[in-house]
Design a protein around this ligand. Structure first.
Ligand code: PRP
Length: 180
């Protein structure tokens, strides 16, 4: 699996430092509250797991599964809910935990949904921010690392469902997606 990676963009050590730093910021910013950490499956799983360990607060953790319809190489902007939250969020402080914000279609749609459901506040924590891919003006509240417009996999991010279990984030060799 590792041989398919051209370059490591965010190493295991970088990820550990990011989780520690963001966890400390979130602990400080949400002091005295009981936020709901919402992960968007499946990409969020490793980041949610590592980040949550550095948040020293009473939190609820819930997950949603949503998918964008991808027509060709770019997202159409439509987002479908495959699995909804288990808990009501009216009056709650929500922190959405994402692996990546690219076009921002997913996050903008989910934020609107949560506001419609009466959330008290909705903020976003993303491991990776790819501002070069944006279709909406959107700046995440917490960003682990800003990355260039490259095809990245690992630490939750997939290509054709593979590579989610890489312990780092890397750039996939172009010949891998050209040949499959
Ligand atoms: C990925 C990622 C984000 C979204 C970001 O999820 O986890 O949720 O795309 O892209 P956007 O900013 O362009 O909307 P994906 O739909 O690929 O599902 P996955 O997490 O199961 O891989």
């Amino acid at each position: 699996m590792h041989k398919d990676i051209a370059d490591i963009l965010v190493s295991e050590q970088d990820i550990a430092t990011i989780c520690k730093d963001l966890g400390a910021q979130i602990t400080n910013d949400y002091a005295g509250t009981r936020p709901v950490l919402v992960g968007l499956l499946k990409g969020c799983v490793p980041f949610m797991s590592d980040l949550a360990k550095h948040i020293d607060l009473y939190v609820d953790i819930d997950y949603m599964s949503v998918s964008s319809y991808h027509g060709g190489i770019s997202s159409s902007g439509d987002v479908k809910i495959k699995k909804d939250l288990d808990m009501p969020i009216s009056g709650r402080d929500i922190l959405i935990v994402e692996d990546i914000v690219d076009t921002a279609n997913t996050i903008v749609t989910i934020m609107k949904l949560f506001e419609h459901r009466g959330a008290k506040s909705v903020k976003i924590c993303t491991l990776l921010d790819k501002p070069g891919g944006r279709q909406h003006h959107f700046i995440p509240d917490y960003i682990g690392k800003t990355i260039p417009k490259a095809f990245v996999v690992g630490y939750g991010l997939d290509y054709d469902e593979l590579y989610r279990n890489l312990p780092y984030v890397g750039i996939l060799k172009p010949e891998i997606y050209r040949t499959s």
